[in-house]
Design a binder for this molecule. Structure first.
Ligand code: HEC
Length: 124
């Protein structure tokens, strides 16, 4: 009686370990190419989005020179068409590809803008 109990215990432990490794593997496989960690946190316009625009866009999109009529230096300007701003960064063909003459932004930065829009494009 005692012996078979041990076997059951060992068996369940092995099953448990197998399950752990197996689920770890399948988890790895379904991970997207870009780790989708940014949308877990609340994205702030002032702290996350605006710095991205300041570093990559505001030289051509500011109050005195709003190229294409986009002043991307304020919430008011960006919130007029956040979807278009994202499309231009994604370079998906539905808007002029941005930044003009420069490299496409890193996925992690574009993802932040995307999350911010999904969270309601708030002035936060
Ligand atoms: C070197 C200058 C320059 C930079 C840098 C730049 N833009 Fe532009 N952008 C322009 C010009 C010029 C236009 C208007 C002509 C056009 O649509 O191509 C424009 C147009 C746009 C439009 C309107 C597109 C449309 O199809 O109506 C959006 C949105 C935009 N830019 C977003 C951005 C974003 C976001 C960034 C930063 C990631 C950025 N731009 C960086 C020059 C720039």
């Amino acid at each position: 009686m005692k012996r078979s109990y041990k076997y059951i215990l060992a068996g369940s432990l092995m099953l448990f370990l197998f399950d752990l490794t197996f689920s770890a593997c399948t988890k790895d496989k379904v991970q997207p190419a870009v780790a989708d960690t940014t949308c877990i946190d609340t994205i702030s316009f002032a702290n996350d989005v605006l710095p991205i625009l300041e570093n990559n866009c505001n030289s051509c999109h500011n109050a005195t020179n709003p190229s294409g009529n986009y002043d991307l230096s304020t919430y008011t300007g960006v919130s007029q068409n956040p979807g278009k701003v994202l499309s231009s960064m994604l370079q998906d063909g539905s808007a002029s590809s941005m930044p003009q003459g420069g490299d496409k932004l890193a996925d992690s930065l574009i993802q932040k803008v995307s999350c911010w829009i999904n969270q309601g494009a708030l002035n936060n």
